[in-house]
Design a protein around this ligand. Structure first.
Ligand code: PLP
Ligand code: COI
Length: 344
């Protein structure tokens, strides 16, 4: 892949060689199919098009110094996709078949896994849609699961550099008893307007507050939120945020390095007490927060004055990356090794 400038990759789509598919019909998932097409043939009345029966996942594969490719915590993504299916009444994709499909799609696209030195990775995007025709609002009888990959660089342009976030109270991402805890397309559609306003004002993303009271921190557009103070990693407990696998991993790593970990509601005003803050997710990894501007209250919370990430955020970032790239021992069984050397 001599014509890809791996170190300059952004978080975008690039055509790769193959994707993997499975079809649900008559109560059964098909064997995995390998496709080299980027297109699907879809009924005009498919439920994914009209009633939002769509869920997706995001995970990554990394090439180590040893040339081996590691997939991070795919079991968790398989389980979360099942939770998303339950959330919008879609057929659940079996965990084992999910893992098999992910390994298969990575193996079929090995030449797109960025080299270790680039710091880039292979983004894996599983997708599940309702495909049978319904005009009344009811769940599809048939489903299509697809997983494709694309090599990516940092989600936010600057990579591991602090950037600003905005609080905007006029927009909600998800309702308190709605679909915020599952990864369905509708949540992202609901976040586009506020996200665009934030981008136009120079912010990386919106920091959402809880939709009911606007009192507590929820999460960022595409990532969970954490704050750090007094050697404690603090992250929101909420019934409208996605349970981030990265956040779960960071909580484990934080306790390993001797930090306390708290998962609880975080009142907005508590932002003024944090020494560091970050957004975390598969795409975002850790994206340190430079400052949060509460645009409705004309108030700013500043976490980085000199453009550098906080010491503990950096420590956590390095630890997470070391496990993902195979530089550090995988004590928790988070990594699936693709067991052969990749051609140089
Ligand atoms: N929150 C939202 C809304 C997301 O879209 C994501 C990305 O998947 C996350 C949080 C982070 O989750 P994870 O760490 O599992 O990628
Ligand atoms: C991810 O981190 O995998 C995401 O899905 C975030 C965003 C690209 C939607």
């Amino acid at each position: 892949m001599e014509n890809i400038n791996w170190s300059d990759l952004t978080f975008g789509y690039m055509k790769t060689d193959y994707n993997v598919r499975s079809y649900y019909k008559n109560g059964q998932w098909s064997e995995l199919e390998i496709s080299d097409s980027e297109n699907i043939n879809l009924h005009i009345a498919a439920t994914c098009l009209h009633y939002g029966q769509e869920a997706f996942e995001g995970l990554k594969a990394f090439k180590g110094k040893d040339g081996k490719v590691r997939i991070f915590r795919m079991h968790e993504n398989a389980l979360r996709m099942q939770a998303s299916s339950r959330g919008i009444l879609m057929a659940e994709f079996p965990v084992e078949l999910f893992e098999k499909a992910v390994v298969e799609v990575v193996k079929r696209n090995l030449r797109f896994v960025p080299p270790y030195e680039s710091g880039a990775s292979l983004y894996i995007r599983p997708l599940l849609i309702g495909t049978s025709s319904q005009v009344g609002v009811s769940p599809s009888k048939e489903y299509l699961f697809i997983v494709f990959v694309t090599p990516v660089g940092p989600y936010f342009k600057t990579g591991f550099k602090p950037t600003p976030y905005a609080i905007l109270r006029d927009y909600d991402r998800a309702a308190p008893q709605g679909t915020g805890t599952v990864k369905v397309g509708g949540n992202y559609a609901a976040s586009l307007v506020a996200g665009e306003i934030a981008h136009q004002k120079g912010y990386s993303a919106v920091l959402y507050l809880d939709s009911k009271e606007k009192k507590y921190i929820d999460e960022c557009g595409p990532a969970n939120f954490f704050g750090i103070k007094n050697n404690t990693y603090i992250t929101p407990e909420s019934n409208s945020i996605l349970p981030s696998i990265t956040n779960k991993s960071l909580m484990t790593l934080a306790s390993e390095i001797g930090m306390k970990v708290e998962r609880r509601p975080i009142p907005v005003e508590e932002l003024s007490t944090f020494e560091e803050a970050g957004a975390c997710g598969t795409a975002a990894v850790i994206s340190p927060v430079e400052r949060i501007d509460d645009l409705d209250k004309n108030k700013s919370y500043i976490f980085s004055k000199d453009g550098s990430p906080g010491v503990l955020s950096e420590k956590l970032y390095n630890k997470l990356r070391a496990i993902q790239y195979g530089d550090e021992e995988d004590k928790h069984g988070w990594v699936t090794l693709i067991d052969f050397k990749v051609p140089a």
